[in-house]
Structure formats: structure tokens, C-alpha cells
Design a protein around this ligand. Structure first.
Ligand SMILES: *[C@@H]1O[C@H](CO)[C@@H](O)[C@H](O)[C@H]1NC(C)=O
Ligand SMILES: *[C@@H]1O[C@H](CO)[C@@H](O)[C@H](O)[C@H]1NC(C)=O
Ligand SMILES: *[C@@H]1O[C@H](CO)[C@@H](O)[C@H](O)[C@H]1NC(C)=O
Ligand SMILES: *[C@@H]1O[C@H](CO)[C@@H](O)[C@H](O)[C@H]1NC(C)=O
Ligand SMILES: *[C@@H]1O[C@H](CO)[C@@H](O)[C@H](O)[C@H]1NC(C)=O
Ligand SMILES: *[C@@H]1O[C@H](CO)[C@@H](O)[C@H](O)[C@H]1NC(C)=O
Ligand SMILES: *[C@@H]1O[C@H](CO)[C@@H](O)[C@H](O)[C@H]1NC(C)=O
Length: 921
């Protein structure tokens, strides 16, 4: 069976646009040097140049081992012209391993040993006849693109994509007047500018007068306001990719458009916020237009889509575009050639009804209209779209029934209909005929968030494929869990299923990769046969009535990444076989009645998140946690019966973002070494967590469903939430000053302990702190003035201590109007307390930056802030729940855009096309 890894590789290979493929083919034919290479004489000076180049390269796996001997034309990656004998082509593209490891790695630092890296020697300049240079997919560790690459007069093809170059793109490249293809697609990560190339002006591009293909995706062009003018001077450009470039403006109408030869225009994932540019409609040969996730809010009712009758792909998804859907579809249907094949409008504000003329778009293969405001019935003519592969109508205000003609779409493999069925439309107890007809071909069926009641038939004729994803979550389905042998992802969360999980589920559904039965009424114990699901990657059984002990048969689950058994009635100890699953990084057993000590987890070295909260565990917090579980990002053991000191070893968990020991019986003092937790004191490049997001992308139930599929959000919350909660214990002594070094900390809760001494003066060092709770201790002294510089602070509680002096009144303290947060401190005075301060304002701080009136009017801002809000809200709540308000999801998505890197987005977008690719395999 094809593994996801292989699949992903496949996606990468296929994910680049059709056109570039064909153009590239043409190019490589031009450069064809064929097997005659071996007999060609290699020119000495060029051979030496190559050897010198090789010296600068770090090549741990010996990719360049064949670079020995006289005949350099036969060396791997080196191609000579069969006429002149000169080296014409140097192709050192990594064929998959380096890049794959980069994104798949299970370790915080990926294994770069299969990557080429190092320096690029200017000796290459001796290859005067070089026409083709491809260094893509390697890892040059952030070195700048060498200037001298601009000196290859004959260069026609230059590919440095995903090779981790950084710094400014040398304007010198503009000298390459013979260049046809320039691909600088970068691994972009807005928080990790070190790895982000910066192009501050694009004027140099106009020197590339032969250019046909330009990809600057992921490069930072946010300072470039004239990008259109600069590119407008390229007369033969046919493909332009500028996604993730931080572009801010899209000029409404450039003077004279030179772009008329353009076939592919990809401007997705920028921040245009502008009107729909009319000049787009002058590019009459345009075949592919991508403007997704560009913050666009125009109404495009009057747009002239019928001028773009060559359009095959139109992607406007994830904007706020409004307009009547019947205008757009009407326009497109008037093109006599019916060129449109892929239409992605998901997540916009299109309204109106779907016209019958939809049926004219007979070449349509992908139609995604999910998450719009479309009303009325689904036209019967939908049955005429006989090439339709994917149909998404979810989350609209459609009424009427789903036409039987849907069942005649023999190519349909993806159907998303979540949040679509109103009381009118509900599928009643029987599965509709059209659905049963589609079953054998369907690869992804999403009927979640509807009102579907009754029971699911125990046999539906799904047929086996690499991925068969079935999502009936959040409905009113009851009865027994159905057993459908060919399904790989079964998502039945939040329904009314009851009874026990069938004991033979493991044998019957042996192909399962994801099993999500959380939020039902399942009772009985966890069936042993689950251990027969050798492909299982995620097991979510939380929030049921499961009881008994956690069985000890876990050894066979070698692929499993995440287990969530929280919120059940499980009892007994944790079996040590849990740690025999080598890829397990996510283990949640919270809110059960589990007991005993933790020694069985000692070997779980791959764990990144461990949640044992709300159980009956006891004993000391083991020393070995800080020795063995070094990958931990989340350690949550709150509300148990642990006692004794907080072991200093915990300070070795350098990845830790969330430490929650609240509600135990811990005593002693707060270890000052907590101030050394580097995960809380320094910004960690997002890429460090790529392993988590990768898994989430591929393996969480939601993510595979493009529309709702915002899986990286999990990881994001994980990365964003940085919290220490030691509340409700018996901790004594001072608040260690060292803790104030944790400059990335978002939440600090030390309430309900026996802490004494002063609040450290240096507490102002907690610059990112949003929530601070020190209530119910015995702290004395004043509220330090340095706290007025903690401008992120939005929630404060210092009540019930022995604090004294004046409450600061500047900056965010002006917003803390609730006296309750100060009460129970007899000697505090000043607003908002009733007690006026008698002594004069000796402690009054200068209003240095009282102008904190950052009214950016970025409506999503509060959202981002609240994401950091600490534990309850920010983490598990969001984490665990599938139910999210639309606006939240939207904000998430935008957020995702900002943080996620190019690659993941590729995956996301391409998941949409998954079945097509799979079937090509
Ligand atoms: C060189 O290679 C090209 C492309 O394969 C081929 O058409 C041409 O005949 C070859 N020329 C010689 C001299 O072998
Ligand atoms: C791999 O990473 C290490 C540490 O960052 C670096 O020293 C080494 O040169 C890298 N290897 C390659 C091939 O880039
Ligand atoms: C550049 O390299 C990448 C990755 O190796 C490849 O996918 C892409 O198609 C190449 N670009 C061009 C224009 O050939
Ligand atoms: C269009 O391209 C031509 C040829 O390169 C150039 O001379 C002209 O200035 C360009 N027009 C604009 C508006 O840039
Ligand atoms: C469906 O919605 C349309 C407009 O929103 C309305 O006119 C029509 O009466 C509705 N039909 C049904 C069956 O509810
Ligand atoms: C599973 O899929 C296979 C191959 O597609 C098919 O032959 C078989 O009947 C399916 N099994 C069930 C129970 O539907
Ligand atoms: C941990 O692994 C070691 C070596 O594989 C083994 O000897 C030991 O019994 C394991 N400990 C537990 C608690 O499973």
C-alpha cells in the first residue's frame, strides 16, 4: 500500500503547474545532451572548475561521488553539449530525500545528512557555456544567492527553489538576458526571516528580456510597490508566480499592459485588500488565475469573465468576494469552448442561486463553492457535469433536495456537503439512493455538521483505494458503529453512537489510518483488536463512556502518532507497552480515573505532548521526565495527587511551551532554573515544529477536507501558547527572579500557593505575558512599576496578598478597572480601589509610551491575541474542538497564512486534488 509519505512525494512532484511542466519539457529537449555524454571529451578547465565547486559543497551522502576521473561529462548531474563538448547543464536537484526529511522529520532538528549544502564556488564561472543550473530542494543553510550567478551569459534555466538561500536576491541576476526560466520559490516563513530572501525592488527583472517563466513565490516583496510595472517589461512572460510574497497592492490599471502573452498568473496568498483589478480581463489568453487568500473584498458582479474564455483554472478561494454566483457562472457558460476545468470559490461571500446554465460547463472537473451565501435549490443540470471529480457545496444556504442526478456523476470522488442540510433537506433514516450509488467511487465524503439522524447501514459499498475518507461527524446518528472494510479514515465524532465498540473492529477495518469516534456514548472497554490496525495513525476515542483498564496490546501500532482517550472512565495504570509505539508524539489520557505512578512512560521518548490531567496519579513527579522525554512541548499533569518538590530536571525540557502542574499537592519552592526553559524565552523558528504540522496536515481528520482543513492550526496553537501554571499547590518561598527571563511566556499562574516575598522588580521582562495570576498568596511589597511595560498584559489578578502602595496607572493598567483583581490587599491604594493614596505620587511613572493607541483596525487582531490566552481557552479548547465559529475559522486561516510556509500550503491545496493524483498512480 502506498504510504502517505510516498503520496506526499507524489504530490510534490505533481503539484507544480501543468504549464511549467510542459514548458520545462520543451526546455530540457533543447538541452538534450543524451547518453553520448560518456564518450564526450571533457574540457580540462571546466573539469577543474567543477572539482573546485565540489570542494565547497558539503555532501554527506556522497551524491557527487561519481565526480572523479577525467571525463566530467559523465559525472552525475553534469551534462555536456554533444556538439561543443562544453558543460551545458548542471543538475543537482535533490531528488526528494533532503526535502522530504526536512518536512517529515520526527526530530526537532531534521536530519540534513542527505542534503547538499555548503558554499557555491565562483569557479563555476569557468563554465562559460552553462545554460542550465538546478540546485533546487537542497539545503544551503541560509547563505545568500551568489552574485556571480548573474554572469552566465548563456544561462537559460536557473532553478534555486526550496534550497534555503536567504538574504537579498542579487540584482545582478538581471544581466541574464537569455534566461527563460527563473525559479526562486522560497521556503517562506514570516517568523523566520533569516531563511527568507528579500527582494526590495524588482527593477532588475526587466533585464530578463527572454523570460518565459518566473517564480518568486515566498520571497519577501512587501517593500516593492512597483512590481507590476517592473514585470510589465517582460514581453515573453507566460508564467508568473508571486504567491506568498507579502505584496500589498495590486494596481487597478497599469498604463499599457504588456502581459498579453501570460498564460498563468498566480498571485495567491498576498495581502491585496483591494478591488478586483480590471486589467486582468485584458489578458485574454489567461488559462490559470490564482488569487486565493488575498484578503480581497470586492464585489465582482460586473466582472467580464466572458473575456477570459481560455480560463481553465480559476481560484478565488478564501477571500471575501461578493457578487451573484449566477453572474459568474452565467459569464463562464457563455464561452463557447467551455474551457473552465477547475473553479474554486470556496470561502467567499457569493450569493444568489445556482443557475441551470451550470450544466453547460461540461469540462468542469473541480467545483468548490463551499462556504458562501448561495441560496435556493441545487440545479438538476449538475448531473450534466459528467467530468466532475470534486463537488463542494458545503456551508451555504441551499434548500430543496440533493438531486438524484448527482448519483450519475461517474467521475465524482470528492463530495463535501457539510453544514448544508437544513430541516428541509435532512437525509432521514435511509441513506439516499444517490449516495449509495456514489459509494464505490467516492474517496472523500464529508457530510459532517448536518442533521442526519438514524443509523448508518453496516454495509456500504466503499471500495478500496489509497485514501477513502468518510466524515459523518456532528450529526445525530446513533446505534452501533458501522464497520466498512475499505475505509481508511472514519470520522464519526460527535454523534449519538452507543453500545460498545465492536470487538472485531480491528479485523473488519484493518485499513484504517484514522479512527475518530470521540464525543459519542460508547461504553465498554477499548477493544483489543485495535492493535490489529497496523496502519493506524490516529486514534481518537475521547469523550465517551469507555471504562476498564487500558489494555496492554499496543506493540503492533508502529505507525500511530496520536492517541486521545481523554474524558472517559478508564481506570488502572498506564501499560508500559504504550511506549512501544515509536512514532507516538501525542498522548492524551486526561479526565479519567487512571492511577499509579508514571514509570511506564519512561520509554516514550518520542512524545511531544503528554496530557495526564484530571486523574488519580500520585507520587513524586519523576526525575526522568527531564531526562527521557526531551521532546516534550506540552506537559500537563494538573489535578492529580502528585506531591513533593518540582524536580529541577524539568528545566532540561528545552522545547517546553506548556507546563501545567496545577492542582496537585506540590511543595517546596519554585525552581529558579525554570528561567532556563529556552522554549519560553526565545522565539523558536516555526520550522522547528514542522514535524508536528506535517503530521497534523496529513493525519488529522479535518485536514484532509480542504475546506475545513486547517489542520496546522493545532500546531499553531501549540506553538503560540506558552504557559506555566503552578496554581493550587503548596509552593513556598519567593517567586524566583529568574522566571522573569521567560520573555516569550504568555501565561503565568502561581495563584493559590503560599508564596512570600516581593513580586520581582524585573517582572517587566515578561514582555509577551498576557495573563498573570498571583492571587491568594502572601506576596508583599508594591506592584513593580516595571509591570507598566508589559503592554501585552490583558488579564491580571493580584488579589488576596499583602501588597502595598499605589497601583500603577499608566499603559495597560488604565484598562484594569475591576477592583476585584486588587482586593484583599489591605495596603494597596489608588484607582480602581476606593482607597485613595495618601502619600503623594512618588511612584508615578512617566507616560513614556502612553500612546499605545495601536488602533490598526485589524479586525482579526483580538483573535490572535486571544489565541495566546492561556491554557483553557487557547489550547485544549481550540485544540480539541471541531466546532468553530465561521469567523474563527476564517481568522485561523488567515493566521495560518501568515505563519505557515509555502510548502504546507502546497500540501493543503493539493490535498484537494488528491484522488486525481492517486488515480494517476
Ligand atoms: C546532439 O543531440 C541532439 C539531441 O539529442 C541530437 O538531435 C543531435 O543529433 C545530436 N548531435 C550530434 C552531433 O550527435
Ligand atoms: C547540517 O546542519 C548542520 C547544523 O546546522 C550544519 O553544520 C551542516 O553543515 C549541515 N549539513 C549540510 C549538508 O548542510
Ligand atoms: C524547479 O525545481 C522544482 C523542485 O525541484 C521543480 O518542482 C520546479 O518545477 C522547477 N522549476 C522549473 C521552472 O522547472
Ligand atoms: C512593454 O514592453 C516593451 C518591450 O519590452 C517595452 O519597450 C515597453 O516599455 C513595455 N511597456 C511598458 C508599459 O512597460
Ligand atoms: C428556497 O429558498 C428560496 C430563496 O431563498 C425560497 O424562495 C424558496 O421558497 C425556498 N424553497 C423551499 C422549498 O424552502
Ligand atoms: C473493498 O474494495 C474491493 C476493491 O475495490 C472490493 O472488491 C470489495 O468488494 C470491497 N469490500 C467491501 C466490503 O465493500
Ligand atoms: C524501556 O526500554 C528498555 C530497553 O528497550 C527496556 O529494557 C525497559 O524494560 C523499558 N522500560 C519500560 C518501563 O518499559
Amino acid at each position: 500500500m502506498a504510504t502517505w509519505g510516498a503520496l506526499l512525494q507524489f504530490l510534490i512532484i505533481l503539484s507544480f503547474p501543468l504549464f511549467s511542466k510542459s514548458l520545462c519539457l520543451e526546455e530540457s529537449n533543447e538541452l538534450k545532451t543524451d547518453a553520448g555524454d560518456l564518450n564526450l571529451r571533457c574540457i580540462d578547465i571546466e573539469r577543474n572548475a567543477l572539482l573546485q565547486f565540489r570542494e565547497g559543497i558539503i555532501d554527506p551522502l556522497g551524491h557527487l561521488a561519481s565526480w572523479v576521473g577525467k571525463n566530467c561529462c559523465g559525472w552525475k548531474g553534469v551534462h555536456c553539449s554533444n556538439q561543443t563538448g562544453h558543460v551545458a547543464k548542471l543538475d543537482l536537484r535533490d531528488k526528494g530525500n533532503c526535502f522530504m526529511k526536512r518536512i517529515q522529520s520526527a526530530a526537532a532538528y531534521y536530519d540534513n545528512s542527505s542534503c547538499l549544502g555548503g558554499k557555491i564556488s565562483s569557479s563555476l564561472l569557468d563554465l562559460k557555456y552553462l545554460k542550465y543550473l538546478d540546485l533546487s530542494m537542497n539545503d544551503f543553510q541560509g547563505i545568500p544567492i551568489p552574485d556571480f550567478l548573474g554572469s552566465f551569459e548563456r544561462m537559460r534555466y536557473l532553478n534555486l527553489s526550496f534550497a534555503s538561500f536567504s538574504g537579498t536576491v542579487p540584482p545582478h541576476l538581471g544581466n541574464l538576458s537569455n534566461l527563460r526560466y527563473l525559479d526562486l520559490l522560497a521556503y517562506s516563513n514570516p517568523y523566520d526571516d533569516i531563511r527568507r530572501s528579500w527582494v526590495s525592488d524588482l527593477n532588475w527583472v526587466s533585464g530578463l528580456t527572454s523570460l518565459k517563466y518566473l517564480n518568486l513565490g515566498g520571497l519577501n516583496l512587501s517593500l516593492e510597490t512597483n512590481w507590476l510595472q517592473a514585470l510589465n517589461r517582460l514581453p515573453s512572460l507566460s508564467e508568473l508566480h508571486l504567491s506568498y510574497c507579502g505584496l500589498q497592492n495590486i494596481p487597478p490599471s497599469p498604463p499599457n499592459l504588456n502581459f498579453t502573452t501570460l498564460l498563468v498568473l498566480d498571485l495567491s496568498n498576498n495581502q491585496f485588500k483591494s478591488l478586483f483589478p480590471q486589467w486582468l480581463f485584458n489578458i485574454s489568453y489567461l488559462a490559470e488565475l490564482k488569487l486565493s487568500s488575498c484578503y480581497m473584498k470586492p464585489s465582482i458582479s460586473k466582472a467580464a469573465w466572458e473575456d477570459l474564455c481560455h480560463l481553465q483554472v480559476l481560484d478565488l478561494s478564501f477571500n471575501e468576494i461578493s457578487g451573484d454566483i449566477s453572474d459568474l457562472i452565467g459569464d463562464l457558460s457563455r464561452c463557447s469552448n467551455h474551457s473552465i476545468e477547475e473553479l474554486y470559490l470556496l470561502h467567499n461571500q457569493f450569493s444568489g442561486q445556482l443557475p441551470e446554465s451550470l450544466g453547460f460547463l461540461k469540462n468542469l472537473r473541480y467545483l468548490s463553492l463551499d462556504e458562501n451565501w448561495i441560496t435556493g435549490p441545487i440545479p438538476e443540470s449538475i448531473g450534466k457535469l459528467s467530468n466532475l471529480n470534486a463537488l463542494g457545496l458545503a456551508e451555504n444556504q441551499l434548500n430543496g433536495t440533493i438531486p438524484e442526478s448527482v448519483g450519475t456523476l461517474t467521475q465524482l470522488t470528492i463530495l463535501t456537503l457539510y453544514k448544508i442540510l437544513g430541516e428541509d433537506v435532512a437525509i432521514s433514516d435511509t441513506i439516499p439512493h444517490w449516495l449509495e450509488k456514489l459509494c464505490p467511487q467516492i474517496r472523500r465524503l464529508d457530510l459532517s455538521y448536518n442533521q442526519i439522524g438514524g443509523m448508518l447501514p453496516n454495509s456500504l459499498p466503499f471500495s478500496w483505494d489509497t485514501a477513502v475518507i468518510v466524515d459523518f461527524s456532528v450529526n445525530r446518528l446513533g446505534g452501533q458503529i458501522p464497520l466498512w472494510p475499505n475505509v481508511t479514515h472514519l470520522i464519526l465524532a460527535n454523534n449519538l453512537f452507543s453500545g460498545s465498540i465492536p470487538t472485531n473492529i480491528g479485523q473488519m477495518m484493518s485499513r484504517l489510518e484514522i479512527l475518530d469516534l470521540s464525543g459519542n456514548f460508547l461504553n465498554g472497554s477499548i477493544p483489543l483488536s485495535i492493535s490489529d490496525m497496523e496502519y493506524l495513525q490516529r486514534l481518537y476515542l475521547s469523550n465517551n463512556l469507555l471504562c476498564g483498564e487500558i489494555h496492554g496490546k499496543w506493540r503492533n501500532l508502529q505507525e500511530i502518532r496520536a492517541i486521545d482517550l481523554s474524558r472517559n472512565n478508564l481506570s488502572g495504570n498506564i501499560p508500559s507497552s504504550i511506549c512501544s509505539m515509536p512514532k507516538l508524539f501525542w498522548l492524551r489520557l486526561s479526565s479519567n480515573s487512571l492511577s499509579g505512578e508514571l514509570s511506564s512512560l519512561k520509554n516514550c521518548t518520542s512524545l511531544s505532548a503528554l496530557d495526564l490531567g484530571d486523574n488519580e496519579f500520585s507520587g513524586n513527579i519523576p526525575q526522568w521526565i527531564g531526562e527521557s522525554l526531551l521532546s516534550l512541548i506540552v506537559l500537563r499533569i494538573r489535578a492529580n495527587m502528585f506531591y513533593g518538590n518540582i524536580p529541577e530536571n524539568l528545566c532540561h525540557l528545552y522545547n517546553l511551551h506548556i507546563l501545567d502542574l496545577a492542582g496537585n499537592n506540590l511543595s517546596g519552592s519554585i525552581p529558579s532554573c525554570l528561567g532556563n526553559l529556552s522554549g519560553l524565552s526565545s522565539w523558536t523558528p516555526y520550522s522547528r515544529y514542522s514535524h508536528l504540522s506535517y503530521w497534523n496536515y496529513i493525519f488529522t481528520p479535518q485536514m484532509v477536507l480542504v475546506v475545513k482543513g486547517l489542520p496546522t492550526m493545532y500546531t499553531l496553537t501549540l506553538i503560540l501558547v506558552r504557559s506555566i501554571d503552578l496554581s493550587d499547590n503548596n509552593l513556598r518561598g519567593d517567586i524566583p527572579e529568574e522566571i522573569t527571563r521567560l520573555s516569550m511566556l504568555g501565561t503565568l499562574n502561581l495563584s493559590r500557593n503560599q508564596l512570600t516575598g516581593k513580586i520581582p522588580d524585573s517582572i517587566g521582562g515578561l514582555k509577551q505575558l498576557e495573563t498573570l495570576d498571583l492571587s491568594c498568596n502572601h506576596l508583599s511589597g508594591p506592584i513593580p512599576l516595571s509591570m507598566t511595560s508589559m503592554t501585552s498584559l490583558s488579564s491580571l489578578n493580584v488579589s488576596y496578598n499583602n501588597l502595598s502602595g499605589q497601583i500603577p496607572s499608566t499603559n495597560q493598567f488604565q484598562t484594569f478597572n475591576d477592583p476585584a483583581i486588587y482586593e484583599g490587599n489591605l495596603d494597596l491604594c489608588g484607582s480602581p480601589l476606593q482607597t485613595p493614596c495618601l502619600t503623594d505620587n512618588k511612584g508615578k511613572v512617566e507616560d513614556r509610551d502612553a500612546k499605545d493607541d495601536n488602533n490598526d483596525e485589524d479586525e482579526t487582531l483580538p483573535f490572535y491575541i486571544s489565541m495566546g490566552l492561556g491554557f483553557g481557552v487557547g489550547f485544549w479548547a481550540v485544540f480539541g474542538s471541531l466546532v468553530m465559529k465561521r469567523s474563527w475559522r476564517h481568522a485561523y486561516f488567515k493566521f495560518l497564512d501568515r505563519v505557515a510556509d509555502c510548502f504546507y500550503i502546497y500540501v493543503r491545496l493539493n490535498m484537494a486534488r488528491l484522488p486525481r493524483m492517486v488515480s494517476k498512480e
